[in-house]
Design a protein around this ligand. Structure first.
Ligand code: ATP
Ligand code: MG
Ligand code: MG
Ligand code: MG
Length: 439
């Protein structure tokens, strides 16, 4: 992409309404624009990152055999009356009446809708196990939408639902989701720690939230500092392997890590004192096993091998895709702007032309642009007729991992400058070497 032809409405001023750094940087970098409280338009740069996150989520879900589909944002109230949640859900649910007077709602989550789909088609244990998921906009009329996309009213969520014959099978699905989430968040450059949590209005006993530690997080958490040494890394996973998934679940959830709702002071005090931590965290995902709560209420049963009708065991598993962008920025920025982890960056590298219109500089930039593009990368070439300082400030703000700076003086010596956004380190090298270093 050439910046002269792109739409990147960068702000010079720090927006007064933004209280936390990720919100400020997303507004300044021209990623989002508020349309009304807690509701945002995703401008091109923000949309690009959102799509990257969606892509990672899809890949990791499908790697585990989970099947994508797409359910609507608007739902009929009838299904929620069946489950009993229409009255329970309270004011966070946006209720709408259509022209025929029918009660509708903008879905805050999809347990009812997916259970209805399941019961309409699946009758036999032979069709299990089954896990369906989608990435779709949700609406929750939060009392205090704030912090930009962190606590929006309209937000993008991945929500997946498993249907299993037995509790054991459903717990395998739970562990499998835990493993997919560990991988997903690591690919996004995040450390998200699974913590024992409270199940809230969804119901059920087994649940973990995934939290990114950050001072601006809205959750209070308590943990053994040893959990922060765990990393998933590059392991081969067989998602059908019950023992392997369970042992990874145990590895990541045995050490003490809890949100305040389930915090147990006595257990916490058993951790050696120098490893006890209390901190704030951002909830980026949650997994639940809730058994037959919805299947019983809504008649989602299958015939087992004894010819008996039994309700299926279910769980649901959510990732806050749009919130994650805020969490990533909270975890990765400096005074000059965002520092994107490689896996989610909107463009792989920036090319800054110090002297637009200089024949040698223009030609060198064009050549770099072409080589990077041909290598399958997505560079952003700042080809505007602007001062170098302004170009650098923009590149730092939008946080691309690499910047190649091209100017007539360097080119006389056959070099360009390659700068790492993360370390700030700049090295002069031949243009081909810079390309080779990035790809
Ligand atoms: P919170 O405790 O922050 O209100 P939640 O527990 O109500 O979140 P879940 O029902 O577990 O949310 O939904 C799954 C994920 O969706 C959450 O882990 C979070 O990442 C994301 N999410 C929930 N509410 C919002 C929101 N208002 N804005 C952005 N993301 C959200
Ligand atoms: Mg909530
Ligand atoms: Mg929560
Ligand atoms: Mg939650």
């Amino acid at each position: 992409m050439r910046l002269s032809r792109y739409f990147l409405p960068v702000l010079k001023e720090t927006p007064a309404e933004a209280q936390i750094v990720s919100h400020r940087l997303m507004l300044r970098a021209g990623m989002i624009r508020q349309s009304s409280a807690g509701i945002y338009s995703w401008l091109p740069l923000g949309y690009k990152v959102l799509q990257k996150l969606e892509q990672i989520v899809h890949e990791e879900q499908q790697r585990a055999g989970h099947i994508p589909l797409l359910m609507p944002t608007l739902q009929s109230a009838d299904l929620w009356r069946e489950s009993g949640r229409y009255d329970d859900y309270g004011e966070e649910m946006l209720r709408i009446t259509d022209r025929h007077g029918r009660d509708m709602l903008y879905g805050p989550t999809n347990e009812e809708l997916i259970t209805d789909i399941f019961r309409s088609y699946v009758n036999s244990y032979k069709d299990l196990p089954l896990t369906l998921y989608h990435i779709q906009w949700k609406f929750r009329d939060e009392r205090r939408p704030r912090f930009g996309v962190m606590r929006g009213r309209e937000f993008l969520m991945k929500d997946g639902y498993n249907f299993d014959l037995t509790k054991e099978a459903a717990l395998h699905a739970y562990n499998r989701h835990l493993v997919t989430y560990l991988r997903t968040f690591e690919r996004m450059g995040l450390q998200a720690i699974p913590m024992r949590a409270d199940s809230g209005p969804i119901g059920g006993d087994d649940t973990h939230e995934f939290l990114v530690l950050a001072e601006t997080g809205e959750s209070e958490v308590f943990y053994d500092s040893a959990v922060t040494d765990l990393s998933f890394g590059d392991r081969a996973i067989d998602y059908d392997d019950v023992v392997q998934c369970q042992s990874i679940m145990e590895e990541f959830t045995t050490k003490y890590a809890r949100t305040d709702e389930t915090h147990d002071e006595a257990l916490f005090n058993e951790i050696p004192e120098d490893r006890r931590r209390s901190a704030r965290g951002i909830e980026v995902g949650q997994i639940f096993y809730f058994g037959t709560k919805y299947s019983e209420a809504m008649g989602a049963t299958v015939v087992n091998d004894q010819q008996e009708q039994v309700p299926v065991h279910m769980g649901s598993h959510g990732i806050g895709v749009s919130r994650l962008i805020g969490a990533i920025i909270e975890a990765s920025h400096d005074d000059n702007g965002i520092i994107w982890p490689e896996g989610v960056t909107p463009f792989h590298c920036g090319i800054v032309n110090l002297r637009q219109g200089d024949e040698a500089a223009d030609a060198a930039c064009e050549a770099l642009y072409e080589q990077l593009t041909n290598a399958g990368l997505d560079p952003l070439y700042d080809d505007r007729n602007e001062r170098a300082g302004g170009k650098f400030a923009t590149m730092d703000l939008i946080g691309l991992p690499w910047r190649i700076t091209v100017g007539p003086r360097g080119l006389k010596n056959g070099v360009v400058e390659l700068t790492s956004r993360k370390t700030g380190e700049s090295v002069e090298m031949a243009p081909e070497a810079a390309v080779a270093r990035i790809i």
